[in-house]
Design a binder for this molecule. Structure first.
Ligand SMILES: NC(=O)c1ccc[n+]([C@@H]2O[C@H](COP(=O)([O-])OP(=O)(O)OC[C@H]3O[C@@H](n4cnc5c(N)ncnc54)[C@H](O)[C@@H]3O)[C@@H](O)[C@H]2O)c1
Length: 383
């Protein structure tokens, strides 16, 4: 079985530099590769800044910070970056054509012992694996943003991945102090995005169909669905550009997964990306750009989020009935990836399983197959 000592990370952007930092903190030797020296300098500065914050908060010593920083070697030359590497983690932009070029280049220099992983959010792992000479040694490792803080990593084998690669990478994720969930099938959106992305579109439908205000829906999501924030708030925080891209990728592979709401397309085309651009669903142009939206239990009283509960429960049921994950991993993924304090099935039980299913049935009669209740949910509702 391969022992991981040296990890090569391709791409030093938002995700790559964060993954480099957490893996180095666990003692691994890291090579961080990007296409230009200035990009690497920028990434190394961010790592230094982040380690400095940890020292300031007395979470680590200055000596530890120096060692973590010292174990990361920034390299532009791909051949050098892949030399003696036990694992490569690809974190280049989410663009299949670009990834194809990257893997073609990697094939020229990669060694036989190196395992491959991609941090893709939405591209099929099997398709990426097929771009390499050893698909059985390829796996999805989906870290969440920011990797330094988010504990969850979805581990996604494709139909080609061998068991050895699954156990080595699951073990690695634990060793770097993260909490893995096994997404046993290479399905569109994996686990968290399969729930999160359709939920954003559905919340936008609720605005018009229920003639509700954004803060009303968000208050109900926060106070009645045990979420850490409203869904529009979370979408603005994630970035409407990211959501737009994920929606298109997911819908292009399976139309049934997303019921696209034109509002997402409109906000994206108007460059209203959320907090990062100053406007999204909400306006952040005031003094406190990163302030939280005012949500209240009183506003929550005036809105019944049954449709949103039903959509979450239905997608959760789909994941279980298709053998994508077990219930424990599903609950863990939603807790750590989206901050949901309650299991989707507990929530559905609280709202009434029969009511959840009848809500889906009436929506599916009106708006089509996206809303058809999953067989497992129907069974659960029969007690
Ligand atoms: N940003 C997120 O919230 C997030 C969360 C989870 C997963 N992801 C996934 O992680 C991956 C990276 O996303 P990101 O947000 O870090 O992107 P990013 O644009 O911040 O960084 C990508 C980096 O890759 C570099 N790059 C381009 N071509 C390269 C090559 N041939 N070799 C090495 N580096 C190259 C770019 O110069 C850039 O620095 C994507 O697949 C994305 O879907 C992103």
């Amino acid at each position: 079985m391969t022992t991981i000592n040296k990890i090569t990370i391709l791409g030093s952007g938002v995700m790559g530099h964060g993954i480099a930092q957490v893996a180095s903190a666990a003692g691994y030797n890291i090579v961080l590769r990007d296409i230009e020296q200035t990009l690497l300098e920028n990434a190394m500065n961010k790592i230094k800044w982040s380690l400095g914050k940890l020292v300031e908060k007395q979470k680590i010593s200055q000596d530890d910070a120096n060692s973590v920083y010292g174990r990361i070697t920034p390299v532009v030359d791909l051949k050098k970056a892949l030399q003696d590497s036990d694992l490569l983690i690809e974190a280049v932009p989410e663009d299949l054509e670009l990834k194809k070029k990257v893997y073609a280049e990697v094939e020229k220099y990669v060694e036989d012992k190196t395992l491959y992983a991609s941090n893709t959010s939405t591209l099929p792992i099997g398709e990426l694996a097929s771009l390499t000479s050893r698909p059985s040694r390829f796996i999805g490792l989906h870290f969440f943003n920011p990797p330094q803080l988010m504990p969850l990593v979805e581990v996604i084998p494709s139909r080609f991945t061998d068991n050895d690669t699954v156990s080595i990478t699951l073990d690695l994720i634990k060793k770097i102090g993260k909490d893995p969930v096994l997404c046993k099938k290479d399905v569109v959106g994996f686990i968290v995005n399969r729930i999160f992305i359709p939920l954003v579109h559905e919340a936008a439908y609720c605005l018009e169909r229920d003639n509700a205000k954004m803060t009303q829906i968000d208050s109900a999501v926060k106070f009645k669905m045990a979420a850490p924030m409203g869904i529009f708030e979370l979408a603005d925080y994630t970035g409407l550009d990211v959501i737009h891209k994920a929606s298109n990728e997911m819908a292009s592979r399976d139309k049934k997964v997303i019921n696209p709401n034109p509002l997402i397309e409109r906000l994206f085309s108007e460059k209203k990306f959320g907090q990062k651009s100053g406007t999204g669903f909400y306006d952040y142009s005031g003094e406190d750009k990163y302030g939280r939206i005012k949500l209240s239990e009183t506003e929550a009283e005036n809105y019944d989020p049954i449709t949103l509960v039903a959509i979450v429960a239905n997608n959760a049921a789909w994941l279980l009935s298709n053998g994508v994950c077990d219930r424990n991993d599903l609950d863990k993924a939603l807790r750590l990836g989206m901050g949901f304090k309650k299991s989707p099935f507990t929530l559905a039980e609280e709202f009434g399983l029969k009511r959840v299913v009848s809500t889906l049935e009436s929506l599916s009669n009106k708006y089509g197959e996206f809303y058809e209740p999953d067989i497992l949910l129907k069974k659960m509702s029969l007690g």
